[in-house]
Design a protein around this ligand. Structure first.
Ligand code: SF4
Length: 394
């Protein structure tokens, strides 16, 4: 089971937007909370990476025009200017839509005017700056080992070069962080006037240093405190011109991230690079999280190995469209989802009963025409709600 899947195989696919995700798996150090696949860069690994990427794109080329590109990591900003140019040239050789949204994730400490110019000249129009916090007390725990001033300098450089859209990533809930500290971070973020803000709650993923601290009793999870952090962001940011459009995402008018919207709508995306995930033609797959093995597989003559390959049915996709749609402030239109994924009347009614139960419990609002969205208390419990969505089998 692998690509290419012909457009004719699934009616309607030609009209779906196609996203492209490129994973750059290099980081100079590992943040305490990080569970992403990443390695320290070396000359050999970098060469393996580029050869693997070229081979992967040749073997599994995007099958239609690309609407959005997201280069994430890892730390894409760790690439030198010449390497960024190599990456951009490779992507520019593909069929990109005229209005492609092209985002690159960068950490403040990696930014130089030269790197930014390379990105701008190649058509990158959206920078996602990994701020995490403006508070020096929590910088190190959140993976930021540079002085706070570096973040301000980086933001200024990005604006000077004139990128169309800038996102700031913030993380809340570091051990010891108070609600007042979080408010100061929000205030500072708003003062910079970015186009988009993403605010994530610190998570304790297994096999991370943060998880070890949790297991040793040196950190704790306090869900009431987490809820208070979420609620503060949900009040503060819209009051300052940033509309919430998803549990963790806020944007000024027209600034929502198209790449994420495409993913959450269960359209299609192709992931390149070690550990990258793709979803195309009803197949979801994940690349090997190992540069050397992934690259060798892509350069070899046999079908490369993947960590996961899953054939998705239309009802699997419908369930995920409900799950991610409910996390959006706009919510879902169940009729549209039912029609798009040809849900059987029995499945449709099962979802209606589930959503009506959420409404009764005050976790969702139901509106005319089968429109549903989570209430504030539902959004706090979005992960638990997601687990309750019934499995659909037809
Ligand atoms: S959180 Fe990001 S920057 Fe930190 S180690 Fe993980 S991938 Fe690298």
């Amino acid at each position: 089971m692998y690509y290419p899947v012909l457009d004719e195989e699934l009616p309607g696919r030609k009209n779906l937007a196609l996203g492209m995700y490129v994973h750059v798996p290099f980081c100079s150090t590992t943040c305490d909370f990080c569970a992403f696949y990443q390695e320290k860069p070396s000359k050999k690994r970098m060469e393996d990476y580029f050869l693997g990427l070229q081979a992967e794109i040749l073997r599994f080329p995007p099958h239609r025009s690309i609407s959005t590109i997201f280069i994430g990591g890892g730390t894409p900003g760790l690439l030198k200017s010449a390497e960024l140019q190599r990456l951009c040239s490779l992507l520019r050789s593909l069929d990109l839509s005229q209005n492609v949204e092209w985002s690159v994730e960068i950490a403040p400490s990696e930014i130089t005017p030269e790197k930014l110019s390379v990105l701008k000249q190649n058509g990158v129009n959206r920078i996602s700056l990994g701020v995490q916090t403006f508070d020096s007390k929590y910088m190190e725990a959140l993976g930021r080992k540079h002085p706070v001033q570096k973040t301000f300098d980086a933001y200024k450089e990005i604006r000077n070069i004139g990128f169309r859209s800038v996102n700031l990533d913030l993380i809340f809930g570091a051990p010891g962080q108070s609600i007042e500290d979080w408010e100061k971070d929000l205030k500072q973020a708003v003062a910079l006037q970015p186009d988009h803000l993403s605010t994530y709650c610190l998570t304790f993923e297994e096999d991370t240093a943060m998880y070890l601290r949790l297991s040793n009793g040196k950190a704790s999870i306090d869900s009431e405190r987490e809820a208070a952090f979420y609620e503060l962001a949900w009040e503060y940011l819209p009051a300052h011109g940033y509309n919430q459009y998803e549990v963790s995402n806020f944007a000024r008018l027209g600034g929502a991230c198209k790449h994420n919207l495409n993913t959450w709508a269960m359209n299609e995306w192709m992931g390149y690079g070690p550990s990258a995930c793709s979803q195309v033609g009803g197949i979801r797959r994940k690349n090997l999280p190992d540069i050397e093995k992934w690259s060798a597989g892509m350069l070899g003559t046999k079908l490369p190995e993947f960590v996961e390959v899953e054939k998705l049915s239309a009802s699997d996709l419908a369930r995920d469209a409900i799950l991610f749609g409910l996390r959006m402030n706009a919510g879902i239109n169940l009729l549209e989802i039912g029609q798009r994924f040809a849900l059987s009347p029995a499945c449709f009614m099962e979802v209606v009963r589930f959503l009506d139960r959420l409404v009764e419990e005050g976790l969702a609002h139901g509106e005319a025409g089968n429109q549903y969205r989570l209430s504030s208390s539902g959004r706090i419990l979005a992960d638990a709600v997601a687990k309750e969505i019934p499995e659909l089998d037809g």
